[in-house]
Design a protein around this ligand. Structure first.
Ligand SMILES: Nc1ncnc2c1ncn2[C@@H]1O[C@H](COP(=O)(O)OP(=O)(O)OP(=O)(O)O)[C@@H](O)[C@H]1O
Length: 233
Protein backbone atom coordinates (compact mmCIF):
# COMPACT_ATOMS: atom_id res chain seq x y z
CA UNK A 1 0.00 0.00 0.00
CA UNK A 2 2.89 2.30 0.73
CA UNK A 3 3.68 4.74 -2.04
CA UNK A 4 6.67 6.97 -1.78
CA UNK A 5 6.12 8.72 -5.08
CA UNK A 6 7.93 12.02 -5.19
CA UNK A 7 7.74 13.40 -8.59
CA UNK A 8 6.24 15.79 -10.93
CA UNK A 9 9.51 17.30 -11.99
CA UNK A 10 12.35 15.23 -10.60
CA UNK A 11 15.16 17.16 -9.02
CA UNK A 12 13.36 20.45 -8.79
CA UNK A 13 9.82 20.17 -7.52
CA UNK A 14 8.21 17.51 -5.40
CA UNK A 15 4.44 17.63 -5.21
CA UNK A 16 2.48 16.93 -2.05
CA UNK A 17 4.22 16.79 1.33
CA UNK A 18 7.77 15.68 2.05
CA UNK A 19 9.03 15.76 5.62
CA UNK A 20 12.65 14.62 5.97
CA UNK A 21 14.39 13.90 9.25
CA UNK A 22 12.30 16.34 11.30
CA UNK A 23 13.14 16.80 14.96
CA UNK A 24 11.21 18.93 17.41
CA UNK A 25 11.80 19.28 21.13
CA UNK A 26 9.10 20.94 23.26
CA UNK A 27 9.29 22.24 26.83
CA UNK A 28 12.27 23.37 28.88
CA UNK A 29 15.02 21.78 30.92
CA UNK A 30 14.19 18.41 32.42
CA UNK A 31 10.63 18.70 31.09
CA UNK A 32 11.86 18.67 27.49
CA UNK A 33 10.00 16.18 25.32
CA UNK A 34 11.12 14.98 21.90
CA UNK A 35 7.77 15.55 20.19
CA UNK A 36 9.23 14.60 16.77
CA UNK A 37 12.16 12.24 16.57
CA UNK A 38 13.72 11.99 13.12
CA UNK A 39 10.38 11.89 11.33
CA UNK A 40 10.32 11.26 7.58
CA UNK A 41 7.02 11.15 5.74
CA UNK A 42 6.07 11.63 2.14
CA UNK A 43 2.48 12.06 0.96
CA UNK A 44 1.79 12.24 -2.76
CA UNK A 45 -0.78 14.44 -4.48
CA UNK A 46 -4.09 12.55 -4.43
CA UNK A 47 -3.07 10.36 -1.50
CA UNK A 48 -4.72 10.24 1.93
CA UNK A 49 -2.56 9.10 4.83
CA UNK A 50 -3.94 8.47 8.31
CA UNK A 51 -1.72 9.07 11.35
CA UNK A 52 -2.65 7.06 14.43
CA UNK A 53 -0.96 6.55 17.78
CA UNK A 54 -1.40 7.05 21.52
CA UNK A 55 -2.00 10.37 23.20
CA UNK A 56 1.21 12.39 23.40
CA UNK A 57 2.86 10.46 20.53
CA UNK A 58 3.47 13.64 18.52
CA UNK A 59 0.59 13.59 16.03
CA UNK A 60 -0.41 17.23 16.57
CA UNK A 61 3.24 18.24 16.39
CA UNK A 62 3.49 16.50 13.03
CA UNK A 63 0.49 18.45 11.73
CA UNK A 64 1.90 21.71 13.12
CA UNK A 65 5.21 21.19 11.35
CA UNK A 66 3.55 20.12 8.08
CA UNK A 67 1.25 23.13 8.26
CA UNK A 68 4.05 25.68 8.70
CA UNK A 69 2.71 26.54 12.16
CA UNK A 70 5.86 25.27 13.91
CA UNK A 71 9.41 25.15 12.56
CA UNK A 72 11.26 21.93 13.37
CA UNK A 73 14.63 22.17 15.16
CA UNK A 74 16.19 20.27 12.28
CA UNK A 75 15.11 18.50 9.12
CA UNK A 76 13.16 19.83 6.16
CA UNK A 77 9.51 20.21 5.26
CA UNK A 78 8.51 20.66 1.64
CA UNK A 79 4.98 21.39 0.48
CA UNK A 80 4.36 21.32 -3.24
CA UNK A 81 8.10 21.56 -3.79
CA UNK A 82 8.66 24.60 -1.56
CA UNK A 83 11.04 24.20 1.37
CA UNK A 84 9.19 25.91 4.24
CA UNK A 85 12.51 26.58 5.97
CA UNK A 86 13.48 29.03 3.23
CA UNK A 87 10.42 31.24 3.79
CA UNK A 88 10.24 34.27 6.10
CA UNK A 89 7.50 34.36 8.74
CA UNK A 90 5.31 36.55 6.51
CA UNK A 91 5.94 34.36 3.47
CA UNK A 92 5.04 31.29 5.50
CA UNK A 93 1.73 32.82 6.56
CA UNK A 94 0.91 33.67 2.95
CA UNK A 95 1.96 30.24 1.75
CA UNK A 96 -0.22 28.62 4.41
CA UNK A 97 -3.31 30.51 3.29
CA UNK A 98 -2.77 29.62 -0.35
CA UNK A 99 -1.36 26.11 -0.26
CA UNK A 100 -2.57 24.43 2.94
CA UNK A 101 -6.11 23.59 4.02
CA UNK A 102 -6.97 22.75 7.63
CA UNK A 103 -9.92 20.73 8.91
CA UNK A 104 -10.47 20.62 12.68
CA UNK A 105 -12.53 18.53 15.08
CA UNK A 106 -15.84 20.33 14.82
CA UNK A 107 -15.52 22.43 11.70
CA UNK A 108 -14.23 25.55 13.50
CA UNK A 109 -16.64 27.73 11.56
CA UNK A 110 -17.18 31.41 12.27
CA UNK A 111 -20.53 31.68 14.14
CA UNK A 112 -21.81 34.84 12.41
CA UNK A 113 -21.24 33.70 8.82
CA UNK A 114 -23.43 31.46 6.71
CA UNK A 115 -21.93 28.49 4.85
CA UNK A 116 -21.27 30.36 1.59
CA UNK A 117 -19.74 33.30 3.45
CA UNK A 118 -17.31 30.98 5.30
CA UNK A 119 -15.86 29.95 1.92
CA UNK A 120 -15.89 33.46 0.48
CA UNK A 121 -13.98 34.83 3.46
CA UNK A 122 -11.30 32.18 3.05
CA UNK A 123 -10.91 33.05 -0.63
CA UNK A 124 -10.60 36.71 0.26
CA UNK A 125 -8.02 36.08 3.00
CA UNK A 126 -5.88 34.04 0.64
CA UNK A 127 -6.23 36.58 -2.16
CA UNK A 128 -6.98 33.63 -4.45
CA UNK A 129 -8.11 34.43 -7.94
CA UNK A 130 -8.19 30.82 -9.05
CA UNK A 131 -10.14 29.29 -6.17
CA UNK A 132 -13.24 27.16 -6.58
CA UNK A 133 -16.67 28.68 -6.89
CA UNK A 134 -18.03 28.53 -3.29
CA UNK A 135 -21.49 27.36 -4.34
CA UNK A 136 -20.12 24.65 -6.62
CA UNK A 137 -17.89 23.40 -3.85
CA UNK A 138 -20.78 23.41 -1.35
CA UNK A 139 -22.73 21.36 -3.90
CA UNK A 140 -19.81 18.91 -4.17
CA UNK A 141 -20.02 18.24 -0.42
CA UNK A 142 -23.83 18.07 -0.52
CA UNK A 143 -24.36 21.38 1.27
CA UNK A 144 -25.55 23.79 -1.43
CA UNK A 145 -29.09 23.68 -0.03
CA UNK A 146 -27.72 25.06 3.26
CA UNK A 147 -25.54 27.77 1.73
CA UNK A 148 -27.40 30.45 3.69
CA UNK A 149 -27.38 28.61 7.02
CA UNK A 150 -25.15 29.69 9.90
CA UNK A 151 -23.23 27.08 11.94
CA UNK A 152 -25.84 27.07 14.74
CA UNK A 153 -28.42 26.02 12.15
CA UNK A 154 -26.37 23.02 11.01
CA UNK A 155 -25.80 19.54 12.46
CA UNK A 156 -22.31 18.42 13.48
CA UNK A 157 -21.87 16.44 10.26
CA UNK A 158 -23.09 19.36 8.16
CA UNK A 159 -20.68 21.73 9.90
CA UNK A 160 -17.87 19.34 9.16
CA UNK A 161 -18.89 19.21 5.47
CA UNK A 162 -18.80 22.99 5.29
CA UNK A 163 -15.42 22.94 7.04
CA UNK A 164 -14.10 20.51 4.43
CA UNK A 165 -15.43 22.67 1.58
CA UNK A 166 -13.84 25.72 3.18
CA UNK A 167 -10.48 23.95 3.50
CA UNK A 168 -10.50 23.16 -0.22
CA UNK A 169 -11.74 26.46 -1.64
CA UNK A 170 -8.26 27.85 -2.36
CA UNK A 171 -7.22 24.67 -4.21
CA UNK A 172 -4.58 23.81 -1.58
CA UNK A 173 -1.93 21.22 -2.40
CA UNK A 174 -1.93 19.92 1.19
CA UNK A 175 -4.87 19.18 3.49
CA UNK A 176 -4.24 18.67 7.21
CA UNK A 177 -7.08 17.10 9.12
CA UNK A 178 -7.20 16.81 12.91
CA UNK A 179 -9.67 14.30 14.42
CA UNK A 180 -12.49 15.10 11.99
CA UNK A 181 -14.89 12.58 13.52
CA UNK A 182 -14.38 13.41 17.20
CA UNK A 183 -17.79 15.10 17.47
CA UNK A 184 -19.71 12.78 15.14
CA UNK A 185 -21.65 9.54 15.46
CA UNK A 186 -20.55 6.42 13.61
CA UNK A 187 -22.59 6.88 10.44
CA UNK A 188 -21.66 10.54 10.05
CA UNK A 189 -18.01 9.70 10.71
CA UNK A 190 -18.03 7.30 7.79
CA UNK A 191 -19.69 9.91 5.54
CA UNK A 192 -17.23 12.65 6.45
CA UNK A 193 -14.08 10.56 5.99
CA UNK A 194 -15.40 9.06 2.74
CA UNK A 195 -15.95 12.62 1.55
CA UNK A 196 -12.40 13.59 2.52
CA UNK A 197 -11.02 10.58 0.64
CA UNK A 198 -13.07 11.36 -2.45
CA UNK A 199 -12.02 15.01 -2.51
CA UNK A 200 -8.39 14.01 -1.94
CA UNK A 201 -8.44 11.68 -4.92
CA UNK A 202 -10.51 13.84 -7.27
CA UNK A 203 -8.70 17.09 -6.58
CA UNK A 204 -5.19 15.64 -6.31
CA UNK A 205 -4.61 17.00 -2.79
CA UNK A 206 -2.10 15.38 -0.41
CA UNK A 207 -4.05 14.71 2.79
CA UNK A 208 -2.79 13.87 6.27
CA UNK A 209 -5.48 12.93 8.78
CA UNK A 210 -4.82 12.41 12.47
CA UNK A 211 -7.44 10.14 13.99
CA UNK A 212 -8.18 7.89 16.95
CA UNK A 213 -11.10 6.39 15.05
CA UNK A 214 -10.00 3.03 13.70
CA UNK A 215 -13.37 2.47 12.02
CA UNK A 216 -12.56 5.05 9.33
CA UNK A 217 -9.08 3.85 8.39
CA UNK A 218 -10.31 1.76 5.44
CA UNK A 219 -11.01 5.02 3.58
CA UNK A 220 -7.31 5.93 3.68
CA UNK A 221 -4.63 4.91 1.18
CA UNK A 222 -2.06 4.37 3.91
CA UNK A 223 -1.91 4.32 7.71
CA UNK A 224 1.19 5.29 9.68
CA UNK A 225 1.61 5.03 13.43
CA UNK A 226 3.43 7.39 15.76
CA UNK A 227 4.95 6.30 19.06
CA UNK A 228 7.10 8.56 21.25
CA UNK A 229 7.70 11.04 18.45
CA UNK A 230 8.73 8.41 15.93
CA UNK A 231 6.91 7.06 12.92
CA UNK A 232 6.68 3.30 13.16
CA UNK A 233 5.21 1.46 10.19
N1 LIG B 1 3.91 23.41 24.44
C1 LIG B 1 4.43 22.28 24.89
N2 LIG B 1 5.39 22.29 25.84
C2 LIG B 1 5.93 21.15 26.29
N3 LIG B 1 5.58 19.92 25.85
C3 LIG B 1 4.63 19.85 24.93
C4 LIG B 1 3.99 21.00 24.40
N4 LIG B 1 3.07 20.60 23.49
C5 LIG B 1 3.12 19.26 23.46
N5 LIG B 1 4.05 18.79 24.30
C6 LIG B 1 4.43 17.38 24.52
O1 LIG B 1 4.93 16.88 23.28
C7 LIG B 1 4.51 15.53 23.08
C8 LIG B 1 3.77 15.40 21.77
O2 LIG B 1 2.53 16.12 21.87
P1 LIG B 1 1.45 16.12 20.71
O3 LIG B 1 0.36 17.07 21.12
O4 LIG B 1 2.12 16.35 19.41
O5 LIG B 1 0.88 14.61 20.78
P2 LIG B 1 -0.44 13.96 20.16
O6 LIG B 1 -0.04 12.64 19.62
O7 LIG B 1 -1.07 14.92 19.21
O8 LIG B 1 -1.38 13.78 21.41
P3 LIG B 1 -3.01 13.73 21.50
O9 LIG B 1 -3.44 12.49 20.77
O10 LIG B 1 -3.25 13.64 22.98
O11 LIG B 1 -3.53 15.00 20.90
C9 LIG B 1 3.69 15.15 24.32
O12 LIG B 1 4.54 14.48 25.21
C10 LIG B 1 3.26 16.48 24.88
O13 LIG B 1 3.08 16.40 26.28
Amino acid sequence: MSTETQTSNPGTRTGGLLISGANLALGDGEATVQALDNVTLSVSPGEMVAVVGPSGAGKSSLLAVAGALTTPDSGTVKVNGVDLGTLSKAERAKFRLKEIGFVFQSGNLIPALNAAEQLKLMLKLAGSRDGFDPLELLAAVGMDHKAKSRPDQLSGGERQRVGIARSLVNRPSLLLVDEPTAALDRARSQDVVALLARETHERGVATVMVTHDHDVLHHCDRVVEMVDGRLVG
